[in-house]
Write a protein that binds this ligand. Structure first.
Ligand SMILES: Cc1cc2nc3c(=O)[nH]c(=O)nc-3n(C[C@H](O)[C@H](O)[C@H](O)COP(=O)(O)O)c2cc1C
Length: 281
């Protein structure tokens, strides 16, 4: 009996001990809660960190926005809108209909008209392109699309030989001749309000073919500018004499005279350009 009682006591002690070592049911459920709390706390920290950073960003944005010389966002938006409005306006401006309206339909061009003789000539030998024609080319290069060119081309060509040419020229002068030139009717001078006329000096005057040209067309109201090449005579009073002949035109006597040899040099291009610039052409 005594042994049985000892055994019972021992058994009850064992049960108690085992019961103390195992977790209670509610403690097992609470375990994940603790973990969740840690996770939640961690997430909270992360979120808080993000929020903090956002706050920092926001405040740095404020600093940028409040800095002097930096345009606040709202104003930036306005600027963008203004720019896009401008762009829209520009697009409207370049629509074909508007361009047609804005471009004057009666816009006049400049005409470069010149007489020049190639072949053998004084001081330059035999050349393919005459001295005055080279000057005319510089003028055309400067004016580009703003000018047309008309070469006064004699129906009867002058001799290629220099001496023979001087003899023909002497005869024309003595006869007060009016040598004909080609394509007289293809030139519509009414299209131009400015004529830039060029020629060489022959026997101290314009070649007689220039007189033919001046008498063929109506220069009334035209602005006339003059240029010439020579070998020592300058313009030889031809600017003045042309002004007298074209009494109904506005003849500018600040012409440009260059020796034939110099006209052939590339450096003459800037001389020509400066002259045109000074004239406002
Ligand atoms: C028939 C003739 C007459 C000339 N008379 C003169 C003159 O009186 N004074 C002068 O300085 N140059 C005179 N020259 C030289 C030319 O004016 C000069 O060579 C000019 O640059 C020629 O231009 P071109 O090549 O465009 O025809 C004469 C040339 C020729 C062919």
């Amino acid at each position: 009996m005594k042994k049985l009682a000892v055994l019972l006591v021992f058994l009850s002690m064992m049960i108690t001990l085992v019961g103390c070592g195992e977790p209670k049911n509610n403690e097992i459920v609470e375990q994940p809660n603790q973990e969740q709390e840690i996770i939640e706390n961690g997430t909270k920290e992360v979120i808080e960190n993000i929020e903090e950073r956002q706050e920092v960003n926001t405040s740095s944005e404020n600093v940028v926005e409040n800095q002097e010389g930096v345009t606040p966002k709202e104003e930036q938006q306005e600027t963008v809108e203004t720019v896009s409005n401008d762009t829209e306006t520009k697009i409207e401006e370049v629509t074909p209909e508007k361009t047609v309206i804005e471009t004057p339909t009666n816009e006049k061009k400049n005409l470069i008209a010149f007489f020049s003789r190639a072949d053998e000539n004084y001081n330059v030998g035999t050349v393919d392109v005459g001295n005055t024609e080279i000057m005319a080319g510089f003028i055309k290069d400067y004016l580009g699309d703003k000018a047309d060119t008309f070469k006064i081309d004699p129906v009867k060509a002058y001799p290629a030989n220099y001496k023979e040419c001087t003899e023909v020229a002497t005869k024309e002068l003595n006869d007060n001749a009016r040598p004909e030139f080609k394509n007289v009717n293809s030139l519509d001078i009414s299209k131009y309000d400015t004529i830039i006329l060029g020629y060489p000096i022959w026997w101290g005057d314009v070649p007689m073919i220039i007189n033919t040209f001046l008498e063929k067309y109506d220069f009334t109201g035209k602005n006339v500018y003059l240029f010439n090449t020579h070998e020592g005579s300058g313009n030889s009073g031809t600017y003045r004499s042309i002004k007298n002949k074209l009494s109904t035109a506005n003849v500018n006597t600040d012409g440009l005279a260059i020796t034939g040899k110099t006209a052939r040099e590339e450096s003459s291009r800037s001389t020509v350009n400066d002259w045109l610039k000074d004239l406002g052409l």
